[in-house]
Design a protein around this ligand. Structure first.
Ligand SMILES: Cc1cc2nc3c(=O)[nH]c(=O)nc-3n(C[C@H](O)[C@H](O)[C@H](O)COP(=O)(O)O)c2cc1C
Length: 198
């Protein structure tokens, strides 16, 4: 699906959009793929291209340790990312299907959300009311039925609103029409989340 330099440049622009703390991104994408220039990144960048005040952060560029019952990893990259999540209105996860489930990077990140139910409860509470979406690619024509529920259930656990999934077989060219209509859905979910936050 990758289109060489053009895609890499588009991704670089999206990844490198810098936001100051005073103007956090309304729409925050969390990419969990082993390839920052891969199929999931391509689909996510097509969806994000028309969205204003949006950015994608790749978990592969961060150091986030596995969940620890004693919270010994408080100084890694998880908490700054959790603060960005808390400041956003809408969260968009992007993961390939790896062995019938979310990527390992995404699973480590999801396990660390446990920190937001214990030592950092205030950040967990701040997630309530946000809209959440999922972008996914896989080798099969359709995702496994077990793929979407952990994302949807986790969103509901934190009292967020589940907006649904866009899935595409990774080997196919990005379906720009589907990407655009999912971007519209995300923009609608973001307006609803903003209204809930007002
Ligand atoms: C480690 C690994 C495991 C995979 N497991 C599956 C799988 O269980 N089901 C599937 O449909 N595709 C599977 N695939 C194919 C990927 O989901 C597909 O190529 C995807 O578009 C890759 O996205 P990426 O470029 O972001 O890594 C797997 C690929 C890899 C590298």
């Amino acid at each position: 699906m990758s289109d060489g330099g053009e895609l890499a440049e588009a991704l670089r622009r999206i990844f490198e959009r810098r936001r100051s703390a005073a103007t956090p991104s309304d729409i925050l994408g969390i990419l969990g793929s082993s390839n920052n220039d891969g199929n999931t990144a391509a689909l996510a960048s097509a969806v994000f291209a028309p969205l204003p005040n949006a950015e994608i952060i790749s978990l592969s560029n961060l150091a986030i340790a596995s969940y620890d019952y004693q919270n010994r990893h408080d100084s890694d990259d998880f908490l700054p990312l959790a603060e960005k999540l808390a400041a956003a209105k809408t969260i968009v996860f992007a993961s390939p299907v790896y062995w019938y489930s979310m990527s390992a990077q995404m699973k480590v990140f999801f396990d660390r959300l446990t920190d937001l139910t214990k030592a950092h409860k205030e950040l967990g509470k701040a997630l309530a009311g946000k809209s959440v979406f999922l972008i996914a690619t896989g080798g099969s024509p359709a995702p496994p039925s077990s793929f979407e529920p952990p994302f949807a259930e986790t969103a509901l656990y934190f009292n967020m609103h589940w907006g649904g999934m866009l899935y595409q077989p990774g080997a196919e060219a990005v379906n720009t029409g589907a990407a655009k209509s999912f971007a519209n859905r995300i923009a609608g979910g973001d307006r609803e989340a903003s209204a809930r936050a007002a």
